[in-house]
Design a binder for this molecule. Sequence first.
Ligand SMILES: *Cc1c(COP(=O)(O)O)cnc(C)c1O
Length: 413
Amino acid sequence: MLYDDNLTTERPTFVTHLECAYTGERHAADEAHNLSRAGKPLLVRYDLAGVAKALTKEALARRAPDLWRYRELLPVRRVQDIVSLGETVTPLIELPRLAARLGSTALLVKDEGRLPTGSFKARGLVMAVSMAKAFGIKHMAMPTNGNAGAALAAYASRCGIKTTIFCPEDTPEVNVSEIALQGATVYRVNGLIDDCGKIVGAGKEKAGWFDVSTLKEPYRIEGKKTMGLELAEQFNWELPDAIFYPTGGGTGLIGMWKAFAELEAIGFIGPKRPRMIAVQAAGCAPMVRAFEAGVEHAPRFENAYTVASGIRVPQAIGDFLILRAVRDSNGFAIAVTDEAIIEAVDEVARGEGFLMCPEGGATYAAYKQSLADGRIGRHERAVLFNCATGLKYPLPPVHRTLDLNKEIDFASL
Ligand SMILES: *Cc1c(COP(=O)(O)O)cnc(C)c1O
């Protein structure tokens, strides 16, 4: 099949302005921004009537299977600013054996581990870096639990932007190494991700770095939004009943929720929405606490700990956006223990040959817990997000050896 080429076709763009997610105040497009004047995340707004006229489902179906196929709903204006490493559409994988064991008829995993740098952070950072390139930004900095830093380093190096990256000292070894190898200057810091974020904030003031922390610039959400666009297209413009999303800063959950609103506005889907389920680790569950307390903002979760490092985010600046999407969709927030996460990774790997990352394992554990307590029905079509390849994480050691100098007892092997 010959595709229309997503990366070279000239095209009209539709961004009109940016909007403060809290106050609604307008900010100009086409200049670099961090937070809004009210200190909240900025959302990109489009001329959706214009998009509706310019884009049909049929035209979309002829485009190459990468995230640039949704270009009318993306912020990059000039094709030459696109900094791509091949952001492929990710597949929906069934877990038929485990589903049968659970009595579920409708379980799918969206496998984001296939993206460049091995995680879905690539979706957000390819957009943020392409926009930074368009704005002529020369030096970007971020705090990271690993995967975001790796994606930033990769895309920034690809277009000659300098990067300085800070991660908590117990960040998985492979993340720190890949960040360095992909051209960033990376430091381990004896604190958590929000402590690292404070260093970036200070460096922004003192050294002029561009701060690309989660939700502190407007374009990572736009990249992550493509998960929602892809899901809708993969479900033939109907949405699943429930989405289990491992929630750290919440960019993906907020982005998908935004995507669904935009798709409805351009007439591609109706008003039906999936239930958005924010999955967190019991050792770091600020959203679960705030959801259960019925409040709009989530205070810092002290002494945060979990093996699922991607969701070890004690405080999120987009807390109110996460909680609104969860509540407006009739979803919920749920915490799972580290033991349940490790067991889930093991169960899916042995049972289905699918090596999930711990955060992905958390969604499977949450799905099982929700089936058991009745918050999810067996026939509700559920999508779990596996956000990174399981190969990026420390794996359990294997001690079994075979001595060539001894006779092999084949019956015992
Ligand atoms: C960053 C990350 C998450 C959390 O994603 P957010 O959209 O920032 O909440 C989950 N899993 C993995 C593997 C991650 O790297």
